[in-house]
Write a protein that binds this ligand. Structure first.
Ligand code: B12
Ligand code: SF4
Ligand code: SF4
Length: 296
């Protein structure tokens, strides 16, 4: 695809019947912790027709972020692969707008909206429904062709399109590598993540102090966590992305442990210009570094 998307699938916009009780249970059990935004718009999250007037089709897309290289210092605090380059929200939004424009040029007046992560849409449910992949036991969407190191996004439009066949098989089999490897036991059972325990939540979403009992469990992660994907056998099929905007920020991968421990706000601003890491702000990142410093 010219815009660089890796996979695309189409499903009919409608109520997500299977997901409704799962989402309700997940929220009732408080697995979302302090991500209050997950409690909002429950009905819209389950039905895109409440989000986009006259919605007929959901076009699900994936964008690969698997990098060619990792951090060079094995003792440096770790940053998740998805955050090496520019913020994916900005990169993908721009591509979705271009795709919507292209559809309009080809077909005529089409109304729709572009979504990547930030709105009440169950990205993974739509990816499964549109045939992109299955929900792995680590809860990520896995594609047989390319593993799981990709972002998900959607165009929800008022145009009736042919649907793809939903992905109905599960290729995890008897494997439990992700569950066994999770440093904080955040994968409570297959497909169910207690976000409150997930390092990604603790380092990015949680604004308060990280609870002390995690101090020896952070596995040296300072932003996000890739463990349950790194151990997944399906990620042997990951190939490096070719998205220039996801190229690692200059010097980021070469930063040594000491450089991170001494990081200043100016260095933070330079290294993470236009990056998703800005979400934690300097204060959040240094909170994380200080927290893991005690045990690493
Ligand atoms: C909140 C959130 C988080 C939270 C909670 C994670 C979670 N599992 O819900 C935290 C902060 C912990 C998090 C972490 C990460 N996230 Co996140 N996150 C989201 C967000 C914003 C909403 C997810 C959500 O709705 N959760 C609620 C639960 C109930 O929904 P769900 O897990 O999607 O729903 C499925 C399961 O519940 C499953 N299920 C439940 N029961 C059962 C039973 C059976 C039998 C089956 C088959 C399935 C099943 O079915 C549901 C739908 O298919 C989405 C973006 C979006 N708008 O969708 C990104 C998103 C899911 N995250 C993403 C990523 C990349 C990550 C991280 C890898 C980032 C990192 N490296 O640090 C980690 C991975 C952690 C993990 N193992 O999940 C990607 C996933 C891409 C992919 N290939 O799947 C998404 C889609 C963002 C994007 N647009 O690309 N995330
Ligand atoms: S991202 Fe890390 S902490 Fe979160 S579920 Fe996966 S392995 Fe566990
Ligand atoms: S590690 Fe194994 S169980 Fe976990 S998602 Fe990958 S294949 Fe499924």
């Amino acid at each position: 695809m010219r815009l660089g998307f890796m996979q695309c699938g189409i499903s009919r916009a409608g109520f997500l019947e299977e997901e409704a009780p799962r989402l309700e249970k997940w929220l009732n059990q408080n697995h979302h912790g302090k991500m209050a935004y997950m409690e909002n718009h429950f009905d819209k999250r389950l039905d895109p027709r409440l989000l986009v007037e006259d919605a007929k089709s959901v076009i699900s897309l994936t964008l690969n972020y698997f990098p060619e290289q990792g951090q060079t210092d094995p003792d440096a605090p770790k940053i998740s692969k998805y955050a090496f380059g520019n913020d994916y929200h900005d990169v993908i939004k721009e591509k979705l707008f271009q795709l919507l424009e292209f559809i309009r040029e080809q077909i005529g007046e089409v109304s729709g909206r572009a979504f990547v992560d930030s709105a009440p849409v169950l990205d993974r449910a739509w990816a499964k429904k549109s045939g992109i992949g299955w929900v792995g036991k680590n809860s990520n969407i896995i594609s047989k062709k390319s593993g799981s190191f990709f972002f998900l996004a959607e165009l929800i439009i008022d145009l009736e399109l042919d649907q793809d066949t939903p992905f109905s098989t599960d290729h995890c089999g008897t494997c439990t590598k992700c569950i066994d490897a999770c440093p904080t036991d955040a994968i409570l059972s297959p497909y169910i993540i207690d976000a409150k325990k997930c390092i990604s939540y603790l380092t990015i979403e949680l604004k308060d102090e990280i609870p002390a009992h995690f101090s020896d469990k952070m596995d040296n992660w300072m932003f996000g966590c890739d463990v349950c994907q790194d151990v997944c056998p399906w990620n042997r099929f990951s190939v490096p992305h070719s998205e220039p905007q996801f190229q690692p920020k200059e010097n980021l991968l070469q930063m040594k442990k000491e450089d991170w421990l001494d990081i200043t706000e100016d260095v933070f601003k330079t290294i993470f210009k236009n990056s998703a890491v800005k979400r934690t702000k300097f204060k959040g990142l240094t909170r994380n570094i200080d927290f893991i410093k005690k045990t690493s």
